[in-house]
Design a protein around this ligand. Structure first.
Ligand code: NAD
Length: 502
């Protein structure tokens, strides 16, 4: 079955079939266990309750961590020969591809992402990334250092043990995979706590890991509320590393929880307010405007590295705003996310819709110029939809330029030359991503040098590959995900010194 050929009716059928067959318990020790507490998963496209999913308590987290610890100690995974572990990861990736119809529809139903984005982006990237992490396994190396002839000093890399992973809802499977796949590849056992807004697909992923030959207890999934299950996991004294993706505010809590408990290692991928800088001498205005439109409206703007601040040099400012106004208003078809023609679905929840509409109101109050959008699209009032929205004449002190909106709201700010552009670009607590658009190679390199961001693109935006470490500076976090370094980051170094004197 080619998923790209399915129609809206086919996807509606897939939704019915999948919801009837998808487990909703906690995945502990290789099996589903039903708990008394539940969270309801709500389809933000129409407000319907689609599933009641077991919600873990602190006791459930204890059980999951105990299962992970026992599997780690037992060595069925942590000491499996690299090539055998690689084979399981490859089979896991293949099963994700085979189960694509169900996995894709679950994330669309849970959080409103258009099905076409699931089929073209999230799903293949999740499968490929699991495979990539498998490929990394026998490339992880230690080192032997230069010592005197009577000693041998070497450094080996070992898995941490039990990794707690806490993931967000904006790419439910993919953000979880960025954690569990490298952690598993490195030989750890994992307890994953997905976001409460999108609990379904990760349960299925953990089941596929076991089907692929992963030992029971190595990959556990406990859904539940952040302040209950997430907090219990991050505070747990038998978790060796916590890997978190989500908001900066909760990321800071992770550091506190680690300090209050066992000083577990903490890796963080948090928020962003990423600038794209467009200089007067950029090579192609239309291409730049198109990238700006996709950089902010893709995934409903619910992207950590959304290019939400567009800094445009005065000489092209009027033309840039006019081109964005003309193309950006119509480019994204908003509608039912199960329709393959839809490019923008609803926001994740009605609460998120309210928050984003609040920012739009604030933008107008503070004097930004609303160029289009700003409301709920006509005919879609039953869902958590927000129109693609553009503000121009924004300055960097306005709330819409400072806070992460996490919705389809673009802000254009005029700038007077490269120096001011760098200053404004860096004037944010975040530092996830940035771009520079210019035909001058010297300027491009100076921006790469001067922008305080973990990723800087030149004359393009949001290009990704497993060769690009994904992660931020400043309050955007400290992790580097989606790359070989991320697999290595789930290991720790042990130094051994051997006296070989006669
Ligand atoms: P969030 O911080 O509200 O929640 C993220 C996860 O943390 C969820 O699983 C949630 O249940 C859990 N959580 C919440 N409170 C907790 C607590 N007190 N203790 C333990 N766990 C807790 O974020 P969100 O709304 O799900 O996701 C959106 C945010 O994620 C945005 O800020 C976005 O920029 C960020 N994000 C960053 C990246 C990146 O790679 N840098 C990627 C995707 C999303």
């Amino acid at each position: 079955m080619n998923l790209a050929d399915l129609t809206r009716a086919d996807w509606q059928q897939a939704a019915t079939d999948t919801l009837a067959a998808t487990p909703t318990g906690l995945f502990l020790d290789g099996d589903f266990v039903v708990s008394n507490d539940v969270i309801e998963s709500i389809n933000p496209a129409d407000g319907a309750v689609i599933a009641a999913v077991s919600a873990g308590t602190a006791d459930d987290i204890d059980r999951a961590v105990a299962s992970a610890r026992a599997s780690f100690k037992g060595g069925s995974w942590s000491r499996m020969a690299p090539r055998d572990r690689m084979a399981v990861m490859y089979r896991f990736a293949e099963l994700v591809r085979e189960d694509g119809r169900a996995l894709a529809v679950l994330d669309t139903l849970d959080m409103g992402k258009p099905i076409t984005a699931m089929v073209e982006d999230d799903l293949p990237t999740v499968a490929d990334f699991i495979q990539f992490c498998g490929e990394c396994i026998d490339k992880i190396e230690g080192r032997v250092t230069n010592t005197d002839s009577e000693s041998l000093h070497f450094v080996r890399r070992e898995p941490y043990g039990v990794v707690g992973a806490i993931s967000p809802w904006n790419y439910p499977m993919l953000m979880a995979a960025w954690k569990f796949a490298p952690a598993l590849a490195a030989g750890n056992s994992v307890v994953l706590k997905p976001a409460e807004q999108s609990p379904l697909s990760c349960l299925r992923l953990a089941q596929l890991f076991v089907e692929a030959g992963g030992p029971a207890g190595v990959f556990n999934v406990v859904n539940g509320l952040g302040e209950v299950a997430g907090k219990a996991l991050a505070l747990h004294n038998d978790v060796d590393k916590i890997s978190f993706t989500g908001s900066t505010a909760v990321g800071k809590l992770m550091l506190q929880y680690a300090g209050q408990s066992n000083m577990k290692r903490v890796s963080l991928e948090t928020g962003g307010k990423s600038p794209q800088v467009f200089l007067d001498d950029l090579p192609d205005l239309d291409a730049a405007v198109e990238a700006a439109i996709y950089g902010i409206y893709s995934n409903q703007g619910e992207v950590c590295n959304a290019g939400s601040r567009l800094l445009v040099e005065r000489g092209i400012y009027e033309d840039f705003v006019a081109a964005f106004r003309e193309k950006g208003r119509e480019e994204f078809t908003v509608g039912d996310p199960l329709d393959p023609d839809t490019m923008m679905g609803p926001l994740v929840t009605f609460e998120a819709q309210k928050r984003v509409l609040g920012y739009i109101e604030k933008g107008q109050e503070e004097g930004a110029s609303l160029e289009f959008g700003g409301g709920v699209p006509k005919g879609l009032e039953a869902g958590a939809f927000v129109e693609p929205t553009l503000f121009a004449d924004v300055n960097n002190q306005m709330t819409i330029a400072r806070e992460e909106i996490f919705g389809p709201v673009a802000s254009i700010l005029p700038v007077d030359g490269p120096e001011e552009a760098v200053e404004i670009a860096n004037d944010t607590p975040y530092g996830l991503a940035a771009s520079i658009w210019t035909a001058d190679v010297g300027k491009a390199h100076r921006f790469v040098r001067d922008l305080n961001a973990g990723m800087v693109w030149v004359n393009t935006y949001d290009e990704a590959d497993f060769t690009l470490p994904f992660g931020g500076f400043k309050q955007s976090g400290n992790a580097r995900d989606s790359c070989m370094e991320s697999v290595v980051s789930y290991t720790q170094e042990k130094a051994a010194w051997i006296n070989i004197a006669e």
